[in-house]
Design a protein around this ligand. Sequence first.
Ligand code: SF4
Ligand code: SF4
Length: 657
Amino acid sequence: MDWSEYTRNTYIGISSLEKALFYILIFSSIGYVALWYRGRARLWKQGQAVSDDRPWHKRFRTMRRFSLEQRKLPRHKFGGLFHIPMYIGFIVLFIGTTLLFINETTERVGFKFHKGLYFAVYEVTLDLFGLGVLFGCLLALYRRIVQKPPSLSRAPADLVSVLLLFVIVLTGYALESARIVVDSTPPQVAAWSFVGNAFAPAFMGLSVDGYGVIWWIHAVLIAAWIVSLAFGRTRHILLAPVVAYFKPAIQANVPPNVDIEQVEQGGAIGVNALSQFSRWHLMSLDACMGCGRCERACPATATGKTLNPKLIVEKLRDAMTKGSGDDLTHVISDDELFACTTCGACREECPVLIEHPIMIMEMRRHRVTEGNLRGTPAGALQRIGSQGNPWGLPPADRAKWADGLDIPTVAENPNFDILFWVGCAGAYDPRGQQTARAIATLLTKAGVNFAVLGPKEKCTGDTPRRLGEDLLFQDLAMQNVETLNAAKVKRIVAMCPHCMHTIKNEFGAFGGQYEVLHHTQLLAELIEQGKLPAPQDGGKTITYHDPCYLARVNGIHAAPRRALSGMKLNIIEAPRSKDKTFCCGAGGGRMWTEEPPSQRPGVQRADELLATNAETVAVGCPFCMIMISDSVKAKSETTQVKDIAELILEQIETPVR
Ligand code: SF4
Ligand code: SF4
């Protein structure tokens, strides 16, 4: 048989009227979906326009990474296992169907390309990828019907969309088998459609009318599936790439600055109506597929608080649909908003790039302005405002941590290379002071030319910013930037990831541009340069708790490990580590909230860390130190919690065990 004879018919026994009806059906479905999206676009337009002049290729890169390459999926093995074959298979089937449609059109003017080698490759490819979709659908159905993870959306439309896809592929194969039989396809041609060919014997004796019935069932299912693009989780197929493409250049956990001029002219602070969110935020709500990854990662949800990031998204989206988003105090409660540690786990997990923490911080701003933040966190804000630190201790005591260490201030050593930003915890909290002393001792031993601001240092404003008191944050940021710039600071090492994040990512808007390092980064550098000599012998076993603001929000998780292993300490990884770390519960101003032990994320985290059986828990944040130490102490008499700097110092001073 000649290669040119390898081909197939597309419409067997389907009349012109039926074809016309088919096209009407498909285009009506597309039209319905288009109208639905037009309606949603009107709702998104109530939001604030975002000015973002990034070139298209940068936007395309975001879209490519997160939508086309599905970079977030492998984070979840089971989810990735079924979504990737489904996703790739779906794209291949979509392209294949489009090519068939084009062939059908060009054939009318005498040009048929669906033949020969192209035909063979096409048939094998589509059959193969169709199996991938079936496999993915089966696993997805297993997850929905058998596993039923509580965090997965229960909306019936979500189950229907997977079922529809499954049945569409099945009827596609049935149609292939029926075509082979009805069209009396020669065996060597039919062999390329290997799945349909395998099941063709089951269709022996089928009439052309019977083929027509299967064809119509398949066509109606496709139309129904197209309509489902306006319902439930299927929406993400269209919206996820659009959301990724138009995502503004948002830095993790950096909310936009409140415009003080606007506030002075009577403008609102924060968000209390959907129209005060950006259009992009509103569009991103519609892309949520209810996968529940944010919910599973959230420390507030895990410890029984009312906050659930998935529900935040769903409630806001429902309010947008119902037109009841003019007063969000009726949609999201204060308890939900102020339970957030701003750990960033939800945004990190979200496959459609929703920025929950920023939305929460923006809503908090309004609640703070309305006086809805009460109790101990409100007290912390007052103390920061009056004393420049949340402990409420005198500013003059800020340098006491360094008593006896002979640490120069910027006035005493104006030609310093690097500024050591001690932070409020390093200055006032007894455990933080020990860490600050260890860092200063190590820097001195390594011959680093450094200085501190001493009493001139103030709270960076991290707590006010995350809690939603942006005016206080801005005031502190401006004061600190003025001090830093007056001291001609270029490079900063901070011992607190929250200070590091704020100075590095948020002081820039106030004229403060510095190279900012976490102390573990600098210490790793010094160890690798041989300035902090490693001991001869190996040390104890360590499990390292990654601080959220270091590992997840700022992507720094290699340096602390380099510092530990550089000191011959043996790291045992906790199950959730690096950017998957589980919050200690102190971020977002939660450090200053009293809560029973059963509701403390630090207690859950301590269990995980203790389960590694490491001798010591290492931390890299003074707030994690407080939360994890308290929880570990309550459960273990032998396990110690130490900052990486303390461990390095111990190794240097007592190298042989
Ligand atoms: S930032 Fe953390 S605490 Fe807040 S909603 Fe997201 S996962 Fe939950
Ligand atoms: S917000 Fe994101 S992570 Fe959470 S359920 Fe929706 S799509 Fe999934």
